[in-house]
Design a protein around this ligand. Structure first.
Ligand code: HPA
Ligand code: ZN
Length: 326
C-alpha cells in the first residue's frame, strides 16, 4: 500500500518526453483560439475522444494535428512551462526535453521562436522551482536526411540552447542508416545523441542506432529482448533504454500493461528507465507511468530505487552532479 507513495515521492529524472506531446487538449483549444487556427474537432471532448490509437502512426497523425496550433515564441514558452510545472509536481528534479522543430518550421514558424520559447521556459522553471533541464532536438525520420541536415544548420545559431539530437516519428520503413551522415556530423559538433529504436521496429534498428548513429541512449528499445547478443551489449556497455510504459500500452506494443517487459529488462541488468513519452496523449505523466506499471507487473520497491538511480545515471548531466544524486 505504501509503494505508490514511494513511487510518487522519489526524486527522478525524465529522459524521454516530447514537449509537443505534453500539449493538453485544453491548451490546444486555448492556443487555437489565441492564434485563429481552425481545428478539425468541435471541442475538447471530441478531440480527447479521438485519442484511441492502434499503433504509432495512428497516434502521430493526431499528435501533428495538435501541434499545428503552435505559432509564436509565447506558445512554446507556455507549453513548456505547463509541462515543467507538472513535472515538478511529480518530483522530477531533472528533465531532458525532446522537441520536433521540423513540425513547426514546415508551417513557417521561425527556428528562433521554437528554441528561444522553450529555452526561456527552462530558465524560468529552474529559477522558480529548482528543476534543471536540457533540450534535445529530434529529427523527423519520415522526412529525408537532406531535410535533417538543413534543420541542423538552421538550429546551429542556437547551439548553446540544446545539448543533443534524437530521431523520432514513423519508425518502421525509416531505418537508422537513413540518418548516418547527419548523426556523424552531430557527433563531430560535440552534440549528445539519442534515437528512438525498437519501439515497433526490429532489434536491427537498435544495432543501427548504436553503430551508425552513435546513439548514447536508446529511446524505447523494448524489442531488444528478442536478440540475446544485443541484450548482452546493452548491459555490458551500460547503454540506457528510456522506456515509456503507458505509451507502449496505448500504442499496442504491450496492449496489457501486465505483459510489459520492464521486469525482464531490469532482471537482465539493463539501465532501463521509466518516462512519459507524450503524457497528454497517453493518459498520464511520469508518476502515473510508475504507479500503473508497478501495479500491473507486481514490481517492488527495489526496482523503484533501481529505476530512479538508472534515470540519474542515464542523464546527460556532468558526472560531478550525478554523484550527488546517486
Ligand atoms: N515514437 C516515435 N515518434 C514519436 C513518439 C514515439 O513514441 N512520440 C512522439 N513522436
Ligand atoms: Zn518518444
Amino acid at each position: 500500500a505504501r509503494l505508490p507513495g514511494l513511487l510518487r515521492a522519489m526524486p527522478k529524472a525524465e529522459l524521454h518526453m516530447h514537449i509537443e506531446g505534453s500539449l493538453e487538449p485544453e491548451l490546444i483549444f486555448a492556443l487555437a483560439q489565441r492564434n485563429g487556427v481552425a481545428l478539425p474537432y468541435a471541442d475538447v471532448e471530441s478531440l480527447r475522444a479521438a485519442y484511441a490509437f492502434t499503433n504509432l502512426q495512428s497516434f502521430l497523425d493526431i499528435y501533428y494535428a495538435g501541434a499545428s496550433v503552435l505559432l509564436t515564441e509565447q506558445d512554446f514558452y507556455d507549453m513548456a512551462m505547463a509541462y515543467l510545472e507538472r513535472a515538478v509536481a511529480d518530483n522530477v528534479v531533472h528533465t531532458e526535453i525532446f522537441f520536433d522543430p521540423q513540425t513547426h518550421t514546415a508551417r513557417g514558424v521561425a527556428m528562433a521562436h521554437v528554441i528561444q520559447g522553450l529555452h526561456k521556459a527552462c530558465v524560468d522553471a529552474e529559477k522558480r522551482w529548482g528543476i534543471s533541464s536540457q533540450l534535445i532536438l529530434n529529427f523527423l525520420r519520415h522526412l529525408s536526411e537532406e531535410e535533417a541536415l538543413q534543420t541542423l544548420e538552421e538550429a546551429l545559431p542556437y547551439r548553446a540552447y540544446f545539448s543533443g539530437v534524437g530521431l523520432d516519428s514513423s519508425e518502421v520503413g525509416n531505418p537508422p542508416e537513413k540518418f548516418a551522415r547527419v548523426f556523424t556530423r552531430c557527433k563531430d559538433l560535440g552534440l549528445r545523441r539519442v534515437a528512438h529504436a525498437g519501439e515497433e521496429g526490429p532489434p536491427a534498428y537498435i544495432w543501427g542506432a548504436l553503430d551508425l548513429l552513435h546513439a548514447e541512449r536508446v529511446d524505447h528499445g523494448v524489442q531488444a529482448v528478442h536478440d540475446d547478443a544485443l541484450m548482452q551489449r546493452l548491459r555490458d556497455e551500460r547503454i540506457p533504454l528510456t522506456v515509456c510504459p503507458l505509451s507502449n500500452q496505448k500504442l499496442q506494443v504491450f496492449p496489457d500493461l501486465a505483459d510489459h517487459n520492464m521486469p525482464q529488462l531490469l532482471a537482465a541488468g539493463l539501465v532501463a528507465t521509466v518516462n512519459s513519452d507524450d503524457p497528454a496523449y497517453f493518459g498520464g505523466y511520469i508518476n502515473e507511468n510508475f504507479v500503473q506499471l508497478f501495479a500491473a507487473t507486481g514490481m517492488h520497491s527495489e526496482q523503484a530505487y533501481q529505476l530512479a538511480a538508472n534515470s540519474f545515471e542515464a542523464s546527460f548531466v556532468p558526472a560531478s552532479r550525478k554523484q550527488a544524486w546517486l
